[in-house]
Structure formats: structure tokens, C-alpha cells
Design a protein around this ligand. Structure first.
Ligand SMILES: *[C@@H]1O[C@H](CO)[C@@H](O)[C@H](O)[C@H]1NC(C)=O
Ligand SMILES: *[C@@H]1O[C@H](CO)[C@@H](O)[C@H](O)[C@H]1NC(C)=O
Ligand SMILES: *[C@@H]1O[C@H](CO)[C@@H](O)[C@H](O)[C@H]1NC(C)=O
Ligand SMILES: *[C@@H]1O[C@H](CO)[C@@H](O)[C@H](O)[C@H]1NC(C)=O
Ligand SMILES: *[C@@H]1O[C@H](CO)[C@@H](O)[C@H](O)[C@H]1NC(C)=O
Ligand SMILES: *[C@@H]1O[C@H](CO)[C@@H](O)[C@H](O)[C@H]1NC(C)=O
Length: 384
């Protein structure tokens, strides 16, 4: 299902700027094949619910009724999605078998000769095929569009069998009645395809979130940068991948670097995430003073006594005996301020380089804060 979602993401688009994406999705033929399987299943289900109206009519001496016409079997022989242009795909299905069943009734009357009969009949369409173009696009508001064009379908031989009755009477009306059924199928199949792609596509698309919250105050902007492009190997989707402050929307002033090319097609999909995504998050946090925080025994949770000046085993008082001596039975607080925007680097390891002042205080017994010293920390603060 996630692949369907990714597939539908391609249809988002906003603006046509030449900037690099923060996130790149590449869906290979293997991935597209999953979409094909799902689409083929949906089509089979939808076709089976197609209503075919009854065929009634009369010819020289005969009145006939074909009723209860139902689709009994619909089977796609071969279905595939392939590149058509840079921004469109072609859905092709071949060797489709379609079997229809129903009830017939006729009355023949010529001078004094009268016949009437009823029974069941089947019509089998074989070697049907269709082609339809799916154009990927954008409506300019960050939401996407999928449109279908150029629906073409063809039919192979049609076989029909009427059970019971008189063959020479069937000959009088069968061709015409079957033609009526065929016309309905012909008229409906493209409508079903169009609905399937456009309505289902749109429903999936409108449920995809293009801005996803991160914490309480930020969000990631996943809007498309451009209309998804179709190459021989991939359906490629470029997303902004920028982190925004929820109520200000100011973007970071730097841009993502170009992604290296990927030639691997053995997986279904490839997702590349730029340093840029993390750096815009840190940029927003820094800009909005989120990288200013205090560490006190009230908020460290784990090993609260670490900040005590007096203790038996492990605490800051043991580390810096001068503090233990001057301020017994107190606790230390660290007030941290980042002085520069931290920068993430994603290579074979992930590292975050940060810089900040750490001011160290003692919370005295009368609850006043006593300033001790300041540390300027410059370090990769996180690696893995
Ligand atoms: C036609 O379709 C019916 C119903 O699926 C099936 O029973 C019958 O064998 C088919 N006939 C031919 C000639 O394929
Ligand atoms: C840290 O503590 C100081 C002194 O109690 C206070 O003025 C400051 O607002 C605190 N900073 C944060 C981010 O809580
Ligand atoms: C640490 O200090 C707090 C009061 O600041 C005290 O309640 C606690 O017992 C101390 N912990 C240790 C291990 O001394
Ligand atoms: C620190 O606390 C301990 C135990 O509560 C007490 O024995 C000692 O006198 C206190 N020291 C000071 C300087 O208050
Ligand atoms: C960090 O500390 C230095 C002195 O060590 C000071 O000049 C600077 O203003 C401090 N920066 C912040 C953001 O507190
Ligand atoms: C708290 O106590 C220290 C000495 O123990 C003193 O210097 C300071 O003025 C006192 N602060 C207040 C607000 O009473």
C-alpha cells in the first residue's frame, strides 16, 4: 500500500523551480509492477459490476428479449504500465477474456407458423485489448492531478451460444442483439478506465499529506517540486523535503546539493534523503531558540543525583571537588545556548556538528543561582 502512496505522491506538484530536491523517490519497473497488479485487480472488480441493459427488438417476424445480462468472467491476460512521454505512462492490457451470460426469449410468427422459446445464452469476447495514456500533472496548489487520454480498445472474435430454441430463428436476430451488447461494452470500458484512474487516483492523492508535523512546532514540506518524470528506468519524484516552522513558513536560505545518480534498479524503489532535510530542521530550531535549554536535576529524569554537589559515588561534586567544597548539599544546572546553527552530515556515518556555550550554575540552598563558569563547546555531538 505504501508504494501506492508513493506512486500517488508523484502527482503532487507545485511550481516548476529548478532547485534541487531534498528528497528523491525513484520507483523502478519492479515497483510500477505492483501498481499494475493493484490496478488490474481494481479494473476486474469494476468491470464485473458494469450494468448491461437488456436488449429487446424485433426483426421481420420475430420479437426478442435478452435480459439478466451479466458479466461472468473478466480476465486480463497481460497488463503493463510503461513510459509514454517524460510525464506520462501508458497502461496496456492484452488478451482480455470477457464472458457474458443472460436469458433470452423470442416469439416468431409468420402466417400460421408460431414459435416461442426461452433459455440462456452466453457471449464470449476474446483477445480484447486496450491502451490508455495516464498524464501526470499538477493543479498548481501543491495538489496533483491524473488525467487519462486516448483510450483505444480492440476486439477479437466474438462467440455466442443460445441454449435450446431454433437455430434458424436465432440467425434472424442474434447478430444485431450481440452487437447491441458489444456497443455497450465498448462505450463503457473507457469510462470505467477513466474513472478507475482519475477517481481512485484522486482519492488516494487527496489523502496524502504534503505537510507533516514534526514535534509541536515544525513540519516537513513534502510537496512536489515538479511534475514527476518518467525515464526508462525510473519514475522519479522530487520532493522539497524542507522543514518549516509551523506558523511562519520561512524557508532556510541554503539549498540542497545535487543527489548522486543512481543506476541500481534491483529494488522496487529508492528513497534518497539529503542532509538538507536535517539541516533545515536544525536551522528552524536554532532560529526559534529551540536549541536553548537547561539541564537541571528536575528535567534530566535519569540519574537525577548526577548533578548533586555532595554524594557517595557518582556526581559532579566528585568530578569537580572545588564545587563540592564550596557548595555542599546543592545541585548544579547547565544552561546551554547554541551559538551557531548545527550542521548535519550524512555520509557513511551521520554526524551533527554543533557549537554552543554551556553556562554552569549552582542552585543554592536558598534557591538562588550562583554562576560558576562557561564552556564553549564545539563538537560533533552525535555520530553513528
Ligand atoms: C463462454 O463463457 C462461458 C462462461 O464463462 C463458458 O462457460 C464457456 O465455456 C465459454 N465458451 C467458449 C467457447 O469460450
Ligand atoms: C534556564 O534557566 C534560567 C534561570 O532559571 C531561565 O532564566 C531561563 O529561561 C531557562 N531557560 C530555558 C530554556 O528554560
Ligand atoms: C541529591 O540532591 C537532592 C537535593 O538536591 C537530594 O534530595 C538527593 O537525595 C541527593 N542525592 C544523592 C544521591 O545524594
Ligand atoms: C549536608 O547534608 C548532610 C545530610 O543531610 C548533613 O549531615 C550535612 O551537615 C549537610 N552539610 C551542610 C554544609 O549543610
Ligand atoms: C558564548 O560565550 C562567549 C564568551 O565565552 C560570549 O561572548 C558569547 O556571547 C556567548 N554566546 C551566547 C549565544 O551566549
Ligand atoms: C543565598 O545564599 C548565599 C550564600 O549562601 C548568599 O550569598 C545569597 O545572597 C543568598 N541569596 C538570597 C536570595 O538570599
Amino acid at each position: 500500500m505504501w508504494l501506492l502512496l508513493i506512486f500517488s505522491l508523484l502527482i503532487f506538484s507545485k511550481g516548476l523551480s529548478a532547485r534541487n530536491p531534498g528528497i528523491r523517490l525513484q520507483i523502478t519497473q519492479k515497483g510500477i509492477h505492483i501498481v499494475n497488479t493493484v490496478a488490474a485487480d481494481l479494473l476486474t472488480k469494476n468491470v464485473k459490476t458494469m450494468k448491461i441493459t437488456k436488449q429487446t427488438g424485433h426483426d421481420i417476424n420475430v420479437n426478442y428479449d435478452l435480459t439478466d445480462i451479466k458479466i461472468e468472467k473478466f480476465q486480463l491476460g497481460k497488463s503493463s504500465f510503461t513510459r509514454y512521454t517524460d510525464t506520462s505512462l501508458r497502461w496496456t492490457a492484452e488478451n482480455i477474456d470477457l464472458d457474458i451470460g443472460g436469458q433470452y426469449k423470442y416469439e416468431y410468427s409468420r402466417f400460421f407458423v408460431k414459435y416461442s422459446d426461452k433459455g440462456s445464452f452466453t457471449v464470449n469476447f476474446s483477445a480484447m485489448s486496450f491502451k490508455i495514456i495516464i498524464q501526470l500533472g499538477t493543479d498548481g496548489s501543491g495538489r496533483s492531478t491524473v488525467r487519462t487520454f486516448q483510450c483505444v480498445h480492440t476486439y477479437g472474435p466474438i462467440k455466442y451460444v443460445f441454449h435450446g430454441g431454433q437455430d434458424w430463428i436465432f440467425k434472424l436476430f442474434a447478430e444485431k442483439a450481440i452487437q447491441g451488447i458489444r456497443n455497450q461494452i465498448q462505450n463503457n470500458i473507457c469510462g470505467i478506465l477513466k474513472d478507475l484512474v482519475e477517481k481512485n487516483g484522486q482519492r488516494v492523492l487527496s489523502n496524502v499529506k504534503v505537510k507533516i508535523p514534526v514535534g509541536n512546532s515544525m513540519m516537513v514540506d513534502y510537496r512536489l517540486l515538479s511534475v514527476p518524470s518518467m525515464s526508462t528506468n525510473y519514475l522519479e519524484v522530487h520532493l522539497r523535503g524542507t522543514v518549516l516552522w509551523r506558523n511562519s513558513q520561512t524557508e532556510a536560505s541554503f539549498s540542497p546539493a545535487t543527489f548522486p545518480s543512481n543506476y541500481d534498479t534491483t529494488k522496487m524503489a529508492y528513497i534518497a534523503i539529503s542532509n538538507y532535510v536535517f539541516n533545515t530542521m536544525l536551522y528552524q530550531a536554532y532560529r526559534h531558540n529551540m536549541l536553548v535549554f537547561n539541564i537541571t536535576s528536575r528535567n534530566i529524569g535519569y540519574k537525577k543525583s548526577m548533578l548533586n554537589t555532595t554524594c557517595k559515588d557518582n556526581c559532579i561534586g566528585k568530578l569537580i571537588p572545588q564545587i563540592a567544597k564550596s557548595f555542599p548539599n546543592c545541585s548544579v544546572e547547565l544552561h546551554m545556548t547554541s551559538t551557531k546553527q548545527p550542521v548535519t552530515n550524512i555520509g557513511s556515518i551521520v554526524s551533527v556538528t554543533a557549537e554552543g556555550n554551556i553556562s554552569v550554575y549552582v542552585r543554592e540552598l536558598n534557591n538562588s543561582l550562583h554562576y560558576l563558569f562557561r564552556v564553549l563547546a564545539v563538537s560533533p555531538i552525535y555520530t553513528m
